[in-house]
Design a protein around this ligand. Structure first.
Ligand SMILES: Nc1ncnc2c1ncn2[C@@H]1O[C@H](COP(=O)(O)OP(=O)(O)OP(=O)(O)O)[C@@H](O)[C@H]1O
Ligand SMILES: [Mg+2]
Length: 255
């Protein structure tokens, strides 16, 4: 199974939005896909129509007391399953610590999915933590949404520096521009194809679009209720770019 994480140290940059839409794109292209919502906010679970309990199984699951497969839910979309998030995930770091601070806890947890899914998408909470260290180890690719701004550039550079210092493979980092508003000068500069600001930047960027905001009320991926919109075609293009890179990267963990 390929592991694709949507990650950024910064909050509110479009990780969840992209995770949900890319998961739908992959599934509708025929890739059996599981989205694992690792965020206690459980936003991607919400977007996929799941009403999470306040605190349910995350703890048991992380401690290995419950087979992880038993928590998987179907979504209304063929080929797309969900491992829902809940408030229990706020203890994730503590639990990783208790298990000896292992950086392969996630890898152990996802092994049972290797047979059933071709793609595992992880929607991550925004921080540097034990959990993110686990993610960095297990992910074939980290897709990093970046809103054009100097501070966002700084956060991106912190991430690449961290990767370099930890001896992690930087080629697994794939940034893309998110929430782009072409009326703004800086956004136009950053989307100029001759002027790529971020190293290994994916070509496709995601526009700031009202259809994307509507996901909150529709509780569905954009392409299901606004097919043919600029937002839907941007996610389609983003998936094409990610898929091509994933195929070129050697698989990390052989799981
Ligand atoms: N391209 C876009 N156009 C318009 N609104 C967007 C776009 N992308 C995200 N949003 C809105 O911005 C908010 C934050 O997006 P999202 O939840 O995807 O970010 P996040 O990085 O996952 O946040 P967090 O760090 O809290 O997990 C949401 O309300 C979402 O609807
Ligand atoms: Mg999120």
């Amino acid at each position: 199974v390929r592991v694709l994480s949507f990650y950024n140290l910064k909050g509110g940059v479009g990780k969840t939005t992209a995770a949900v839409n890319i998961a739908w794109e992959a599934a509708s292209a025929g890739t059996p896909t599981l989205l694992w919502d690792l965020d206690p906010q459980a936003a991607s679970s919400w977007y996929l129509g799941h009403d999470a309990g306040l605190e349910s199984s995350a703890k048991k699951l992380i401690r290995g007391r419950q087979p992880i497969g038993s928590e998987v839910c179907r979504t209304p979309w063929h080929g797309l399953d969900l491992l829902p998030g809940d408030m229990g995930y706020r203890h994730m770091d503590l639990l990783i610590d208790k298990s000896g601070g292992k950086t392969d806890l996630l890898q152990q947890l996802i092994r049972p999915f290797a047979e059933q899914y071709a793609l595992l998408i992880l929607d991550c909470p925004p921080n540097f933590s034990r959990l993110s260290d686990n993610l960095f180890q297990v992910s074939d690719m980290l897709a990093v949404p970046v809103i054009p701004s100097p501070l966002a550039l700084r956060a991106w550079e912190q991430l690449t520096t961290y990767f370099r210092d930890q001896g992690l493979p930087q080629k697994r980092l794939s940034p893309f521009l998110s929430m782009v508003d072409r009326r703004r000068t800086l956004h136009r500069q950053w989307t100029d194809p001759d002027n790529k600001i971020l190293k290994r930047q994916l070509e496709q960027w995601i526009p700031y679009a009202s259809q994307i905001e509507q996901m909150g009320t529709r509780r569905a991926p954009v392409a299901t209720f606004a097919p043919g919109s600029a937002a839907a075609s941007a996610f389609h293009g983003l998936w094409t770019g990610i898929d091509a890179r994933l195929k070129r990267l050697p698989q990390r963990n052989g799981i």
